[in-house]
Design a protein around this ligand. Structure first.
Ligand code: GLN
Length: 575
């Protein structure tokens, strides 16, 4: 069943679960779970939401997860990965918060544009309507105009699934979060009784000196929530250890929740243990109880048992270097790290990822930094810094027969490397780094793409366009050459993958590069854009213009990551 079975077969997005009909308890509209956070940020609300989604699926329900972010950026597309972690791109081309990646990895439900919104987006839509005169000259206010816009957003597709899980970013009490809290309060009142519940995630700090878990910050956080009209139904409490009975009762009493709705969320060894652990703590039961769904369908957790077994019992270890720019912040490459873990699970090895800053060997020999790794991955990135180092990493991998996976910028760097060192184009470069156009002479092997085809229509961009949303974004088809390495890896010649880039390898250089062994083995359906390159006589050297990591799941590892880790495992056996 591993990797052939998709959880989607059980609970397809956009469809109600089958149990609904025979059981008849759920109406045509989704039940809503609103997930809020308190005490401190970074408690893992996204993970808890994703795990709850997976558990509801395991009971046969269909789910969709949504994130509402209070910051004022219109979307995370223009935010620095240092600030915000990776930008997660959806099939329909939205640049979203990395929590949507968790949602997809745990539920297999492909996120959409309508699953992520920020205050900035809401305000910009409200202001646009106001300019258009849609409000007929009324005074525009946070209540009701902004809150109505949020409520409209929340209800998109509410007739498609059994449960809609909406996570509110930030913590209760943040000034910018207030319109969202007010909107979900109103929303729950607009709905028939019992169709919305609130789950609140907090922290129980442990005071070592007295050996106690403290409940007071949680009490205050719930008080704050109740002061704006929201009473939590389920409390999820992060803590270092189990919650003693006395503290659980105290929390239930002071926060006005049932004792069995106080869920302990202890630190986990791996995030993929979250569904099983939360289930043991009674999270899904507490949620179904809050909706009075009784008797609750029994869960089938076999997928997650298998996932946990693979993560906890590896039979070997491989070392993979990620040569990038944002190496101080692992969240910047979140999906890549996860996809490598999935590849490891498929091969029953632990993948030890080591982050190597490409700038270190911009002007040095990369060997001392890269020797000893079983595989090298150059991820996506923007801007010139560190690119010479990445080009050297590609050369090192190609010449030493080390498995290489180049993603987006990582593919472009591999092509520049081959152009310079194999095809005698010693001045090969990318227009992305040509800041002094006309002054520095170079051959643009990678050029600024200004026109391409999406489905049946042409997309055009100008150089000076706004930075937000001007890239080639979202899912595009690619056709793979018969007999190529990638066709073998994918097991098909037709694929669809997600993109996020402005620059593209120039087809003009195809012939010269193919003669020297760098094959253009995947192209856009119109044959104009190179999507994949591979080195012919190499154990495993593949560059892809898209982001395969965004579609990998623990129960369905992406074929490229699965085979990349297999190749790394082969290398590890040789040394
Ligand atoms: N900066 C490159 C481009 O825009 C690569 C982008 C990426 O790696 N996502 O084409």
């Amino acid at each position: 069943m591993w990797s052939d079975t998709s959880i989607l077969a059980v609970t397809a997005a956009g469809a109600h679960s089958e149990i609904e009909d025979e059981w008849g308890a759920l109406g045509p509209m989704a039940r809503f779970v609103f997930i809020t956070g308190g005490v401190v940020s970074s408690l893992g609300k996204g993970l808890a939401s994703a795990a709850l989604g997976a558990l509801l699926q395991a009971r046969g329900f269909s789910v969709r997860l949504r994130k509402l972010d209070p910051y004022l950026n219109v979307d995370p597309g223009t935010m620095s990965p240092f600030e915000h972690g990776e930008v997660f791109v959806t099939d329909d081309g939205a640049e979203t918060d990395l929590d949507l990646g968790h949602y997809e990895r745990f539920t297999g439900v492909a996120a959409r544009k309508s699953d992520s919104v920020s205050s900035g987006r809401i305000y910009s839509d409200v202001l646009e309507k106001e300019r258009r005169g849609d409000y007929l000259g009324k005074t525009i206010q946070v209540i009701p105009h902004v809150t109505n816009e949020i409520k409209d957003f929340i209800s998109i597709g509410e007739d498609e699934v059994d449960f809609m899980l909406c996570e509110i970013g930030g913590t209760v009490g943040d000034i910018e979060g207030l319109p969202f809290f007010e909107a979900i309060r109103q929303f729950s009142q607009d709905k028939p009784r019992g169709e919305c519940i609130f789950m609140h995630l907090t922290l129980l700090p442990y005071i070592a000196a007295s050996g106690e878990l403290k409940t007071k910050p949680t009490q205050h956080s719930v008080k704050e929530l109740r002061s704006i009209g929201i009473a939590p139904d389920v409390l999820v409490c992060r803590s270092e250890g189990p919650i003693p009975e006395k503290e659980r009762e105290k929390l239930a009493l002071f926060c006005n929740v049932r004792p069995d709705s106080v869920i302990a969320a202890q630190d986990l060894r791996s995030i993929y243990e979250a569904p099983l652990t939360y289930h043991r703590e009674g999270l899904d039961q507490a949620v179904l109880d809050a909706f009075q769904i009784s008797p609750a369908p029994k869960p089938d957790l076999s997928i997650w048992e298998d996932v946990a077994d693979r993560i906890n019992n590896p039979e070997g270890k491989v070392r993979v270097a990620i040569v990038g720019k944002y190496t101080q912040l692992e969240d910047a490459y979140k999906s890549i790290a996860e996809a490598l873990t999935h590849g490891g699970m498929a091969n029953r090895v632990k993948v030890k990822v080591e982050w190597v800053d490409a700038e270190i060997f911009d002007s040095e020999d990369p060997a001392p930094h890269l020797e000893g790794f079983h595989a090298i991955l150059v991820p996506g990135g923007f801007g010139e810094r560190g690119t010479e180092g990445k080009i050297k990493a590609a050369q090192f991998a190609r010449e030493r027969n080390i498995p290489y996976l180049g993603i987006c910028l990582g593919m472009q760097m591999a092509v520049i490397e081959a152009a310079r060192n194999l095809a005698d184009l010693s001045d090969a470069g990318s227009e992305e780094f040509d800041h002094e156009a006309g002054k520095k002479r170079f051959t643009p092997v990678v050029y600024h793409l200004k026109e391409w085809v999406q489905g049946n229509h042409k997309v055009e961009r100008k150089v000076g366009d706004d930075k937000g949303g001007t890239m080639r974004l979202g899912a595009y088809d690619a056709i793979l050459s018969e007999g190529s390495k990638v066709a073998e890896v994918y097991g098909t010649t037709n694929i669809e993958e997600r993109h996020r880039h402005r620059y593209e390898v120039d087809m003009k250089f195809r012939e010269a590069l193919e003669k020297k062994g760098l094959i253009f083995s995947g192209l856009s359906p119109d044959g104009r854009l190179p999507e994949i390159v591979e080195v012919k006589d190499h154990p495993w050297f593949i560059g892809v213009q898209f982001h395969p990591e965004l579609k990998s799941k623990p129960f369905e590892p992406h074929p490229l990551f699965k085979d990349f880790v297999r190749a790394a495992k082969d290398v590890s056996r040789l040394v």
